[in-house]
Design a binder for this molecule. Structure first.
Ligand code: SF4
Length: 596
């Protein structure tokens, strides 16, 4: 069953033997990261990706030789019985694109660097070649590499990304070339979501219906990479946007496929049939604005969203740890007298009423009915549990509370509950802070990350919620708060960790990026005020490392260049010392502190 609000209905296109758009299942793809000149390594990696469940693989073609070798790769794959389509990733050179178009089923070009001012001439030539070979095209815009003329006019904004794609899509439309898919990617999931929402609205306005490819670039690895991808991709899929996805992880490419499958499962978007005309989906935010809730205790009023977890099974540390939840819910009355200090606790209203607890650190949790019926409440902070079905009642009863209170809103996945929640937070006369509480019982960790990020990110992307409470009957409480903090970080609602921007690597990468990322993380994970990029190549890395404070970029075999913001500060240093040099650079710029 589909749970999105509405569906953007794209046209159906063909990429080799695969179809995309117009009710077709969302297609999963990945990209090779071995050298395109190593035919056998490339073929074997493609096979691993296909065997994992992808139905399209992208291969970099950074020069004429690589573009020509795509023919051998295609041939060898066909010889081995793999007829799934291949896509060539071409960044800079229209003539490379023309050669590649003759050998593979799809070409990806980046409008930011495909051609400079005269886009019409080279692009028309490419369309002619693609038409001749029945090759599809992806217009693949990257937030970090917009063309100069777009930047001058729009800045590096979602509008700029949309316009960058629309220039090319309009030519396709005029030329009657419809075998086109479009993508707007960014390492910042919030920007990527706004850009894609805007794109589908703009396409509908201009009577276009090209399928949309979704991806968050440089998402990283592990839990962080999966959550960041699911925040961007999952949010949009649930809103009915997206026909093909790539979860790009700095891991082996075949590991992206189960992650993508679980993400799709979380968004309930596989195998759905879509009928009807495209609808302009409303309301979907396309720029960030935090809801103006009233500051209540240390919650709301523009403060970063808080995290709540239940009391852990394991004993708690005497002092709170850096990533511990801000509030701990204690349901068992027996435990209350032995709780470690320096924390804020939420008790059930029944427990709280039994004794006089310190007002500044113990707060009651009421049901909506009990909150309005009970005579006694906290003078400092009360929590009120509200289910989607009680939204209307909550709006009536809690508009002008006599005591300070926050809502704990029970998350449900239905469209109905999303609408109910939106009604609540959009009511300008209602200003109580709202914290989302979501319960899961997934045992598979990857599935848990995909579901939580896919279902919960929009509350923070759209600036509506003031906190997050994740619950799970068996999960360790530290892990739950870690996931909650990662969702807040990926939605840019609250930064608690060093932000890593790591490219997934491709045939252009000449060093072991996974190992390097692990090494850099081990040394810098406590620097939570920094964004550090680890990029595979000097060709696209600097442009795509977005707003990183420091960059570690491969610049040739055994050579690394280091960046501070957008400026190269160390050129071609030996790879053996490069991590050490990066740490030295961070220290000399005064951005280092020791772990506490
Ligand atoms: S930045 Fe990474 S993924 Fe992008 S082209 Fe360079 S090596 Fe490939």
């Amino acid at each position: 069953m589909h749970h999105g609000i509405a569906l953007y209905r794209s046209r159906k296109i063909h990429i080799g033997n695969q179809r995309m758009g117009d009710g077709e299942p969302v297609l999963i793809q990945s990209m090779t990261n071995v050298s395109t000149m190593d035919t056998i390594a490339c073929v074997e990696q493609c096979i691993r990706i296909f065997d994992a469940g992808a139905t399209l693989v992208r291969i970099t073609a950074s020069n004429i030789k690589e573009a020509r070798n795509l023919k051998n790769i295609r041939q060898e794959l066909s010889n081995r019985g793999y007829h799934f389509p291949l896509s060539a990733d071409v960044h800079f050179n229209p003539s490379i694109a023309e050669i590649a178009a003759a050998h593979v089923e799809k070409i990806r070009i980046n409008p930011g660097n495909f051609a400079r001012d005269d886009i019409q001439g080279p692009f028309l030539k490419l369309l002619a070649v693609c038409r001749q070979h029945n090759t599809a095209i992806r217009i693949g815009v990257n937030h970090g590499s917009l063309a100069e003329r777009i930047l001058e006019k729009f800045g590096d904004t979602p509008e700029g990304m949309v316009e960058s794609a629309m220039e090319y899509l309009r030519i396709c439309q005029q030329q009657g070339f419809h075998n086109v898919v479009v993508s707007l990617k960014s390492s910042n999931a919030r920007i990527m979501i706004y850009a894609n929402r805007l794109l589908q609205m703009r396409m509908i306005e201009e009577k276009m219906d090209f399928p949309i490819h979704l991806g968050v670039t440089e998402a990283g690895a592990g839990e962080e990479g999966r959550i960041r991808s699911a925040v961007g991709i999952g949010t949009l899929l649930k809103e009915g946007i997206g026909n093909t996805i790539r979860v790009s992880l700095t891991e082996e490419p075949e590991q992206e496929i189960p992650a993508a499958q679980k993400l799709l499962e979380a968004a309930y978007r596989t195998n759905i049939g879509v009928t009807g005309k495209p609808t302009l989906i409303k309301p979907l935010e396309t720029s960030y604005q935090r809801r103006k809730s009233k500051k209540t205790g240390k919650i709301g009023g523009g403060l970063v969203p808080v995290v709540i977890t239940r009391f852990p099974e394991e004993p708690m540390e005497e002092q709170p740890t850096a990533t511990e939840a801000d509030y701990v819910f204690v349901s068992d009355h027996e435990l209350i007298n032995d709780l470690p200090g320096d924390r804020r606790y939420i008790l059930t209203a029944e427990s709280w009423l039994l004794e006089e607890y310190p007002q500044e650190t113990f707060f009651p949790l009421f049901s909506l009915k009990d909150f309005t019926d009970y005579g006694k409440t906290s003078d400092v902070l009360n929590f009120v549990l509200v289910s989607p079905d009680e939204t209307k009642q909550a709006l009536e009863l809690l508009k002008a509370p006599e005591v300070p209170a926050c809502i704990i809103y029970l998350h449900e996945t239905s469209d109905k509950s999303r609408k109910a929640f939106t009604t609540l937070v959009k009511d300008v006369s209602f200003s109580m802070p709202v914290i989302i509480m979501a319960s899961y019982n997934e045992n598979d960790r990857e599935r848990f990350w995909m579901r939580t990020a896919t279902e919960l990110a929009w509350y923070f992307i759209d600036g509506y919620a003031d906190g997050l409470w994740l619950d799970h009957p068996f999960a360790d409480n530290d892990k739950l708060s870690a996931t909650a903090f990662k969702i807040l970080q990926a939605t840019r609602a609250r930064m608690t960790e060093t932000e890593y921007i790591a490219c997934p690597s491709c045939g252009r990468t000449l060093f072991n990026i996974q190992e390097t990322l692990r090494e850099i993380k081990a040394a810098t994970s406590h620097l939570n005020h920094l964004k550090i990029a680890v990029m595979g190549c000097i060709v696209n890395g600097p442009g795509e490392m977005a707003d990183a404070d420091y960059g570690y970029v491969g610049s040739g075999r055994g050579k690394i260049s280091l960046y501070r913001n957008k400026e190269m500060v160390k050129k071609n240093i030996p790879q053996q010392n490069a991590v050490e040099e990066l740490l030295h650079l961070i220290k000399t710029n005064g951005d280092w502190h020791d772990r506490s």
